[in-house]
Design a protein around this ligand. Structure first.
Ligand SMILES: C[S@@+](CC[C@H](N)C(=O)[O-])C[C@H]1O[C@@H](n2cnc3c(N)ncnc32)[C@H](O)[C@@H]1O
Length: 324
């Protein structure tokens, strides 16, 4: 594991200023009360200590050495090896700002929309706003901290942003084994089957919306840009009803649903919820925003006697923690 504690303090200060300056008013993810399970409080992920590097000792004089020639060819981002403790949170804050395109957006209205996750952005890699990304982080960090077994999945990834964040969290914590499953048609939403799922009837516009389509090569490339593509990122291409029940997933610790429609939500819950470990999290991106998704979740919960309280993330999203 690489140790950055010896970085010159000027470098640390520069990074600190950058991270402090990119998100005015953005206080990071650890504001929510920790979820409880059967009366047992689950500790929130620890807030990273403020960066306070010890003054650097004068570096010992080194004899100049012949440098090996720099490799030529395409630059390949390697991503962080495993982020040292004093950068924890800061790296992920920066990833979230990049995923939401808040690093480079100048328009005030667009900035507000991106923070709240209320638009279909032209460049951002996720349409999920900061609170819902913070929620992904909170859930992922809790299962890592409490060693809840299982992989992470999002069903309905669009350009991949929320799953890129999941992978960044695993990288940050140096997790050696969990897989991030990236499930999507990569061709947009299905046409509604109004006879079978009447509540989806009015959602034909989602099927016709080209802006809701992101291709598999593009999503792979998005992981690569962050240096986060490896063999523990697995893509499940196709309609959920065809892919999820036969996917080689053994256990899940984080299950995120973002397929918008009743059909897509049911086609995810039926094969995957039974695989969610006790202590794991089920996250529903549009529970308060889309009646179709809410009804699918409510129907599934009722049919399976799920009584864990649903918690609000923001104007759209909800989640619950599966009981031990
Ligand atoms: C609202 S977008 C997801 C947004 C994404 N989670 C983000 O972070 O920005 C919905 C996605 O779900 C996918 N989708 C919806 N229903 C599906 C289904 N039944 N099978 C496969 N993909 C589906 C669409 O292709 C689309 O990419």
């Amino acid at each position: 594991m690489k140790d950055y504690t010896g970085l010159p303090s000027a470098t640390l200060v520069t990074i600190g200023c950058l991270l402090g300056g990119i998100a005015p008013g953005y206080a990071g993810p650890h504001q929510e009360a920790p979820p409880t399970t059967q009366g047992t409080a689950v500790e929130p992920a620890p807030t990273p200590p403020a960066v306070a590097p010890a003054p650097a000792a004068p570096a010992p004089r080194k004899e100049p050495q012949a440098k090996a020639p720099a490799p030529r060819g395409e630059y390949q981002a390697k991503g962080p090896p495993a982020v040292p403790k004093h950068f924890r949170g800061k790296y992920l804050d920066l990833v979230k700002m990049a995923l939401t395109d808040l690093l480079y957006e100048n328009d005030t209205g667009a900035i507000e929309a991106r923070k709240a996750g209320t638009d279909w952005p032209s460049r951002a890699l996720t349409m999920v706003g900061l609170k819902r990304l913070d929620n992904v982080q909170m859930c992922a960090e809790n299962v890592l901290l409490h060693k809840v077994p299982g992989d992470f999945i999002e069903a309905g990834v669009w350009r991949g942003g929320a799953t890129i964040l999941m992978k960044a969290i695993l990288k940050e914590y140096g997790d050696p084994s969990r897989v991030v499953w990236v499930a999507d048609s990569f061709e947009g939403l299905p046409a509604p089957d109004a006879e079978k799922y009447p509540v989806d009837k009015g959602l034909g516009f989602l099927h016709e919306e080209q802006a809701l389509t992101a291709s598999l090569p593009d999503v792979r490339a998005n992981f690569e840009r962050f240096g986060l593509l490896d063999d523990r990122v697995r893509f499940l291409k196709g309609w959920f009803k065809d892919t999820l029940h036969k996917a080689p997933i053994k256990r899940l610790a984080v299950l995120r649903l973002d397929g918008d429609m009743y059909e897509s939500t049911m086609d995810t819950l039926i094969p995957l919820y039974p695989k969610l470990s006790p202590g794991g999290y089920c996250i529903v991106d549009d529970y308060f925003n889309l009646e179709a998704q809410r009804k699918a979740v409510d129907d599934y919960r009722r049919e399976h006697g799920i009584t864990e309280p649903i918690k609000k993330i923001d104007w759209a999203g909800a989640y619950w923690q599966k009981r031990k």
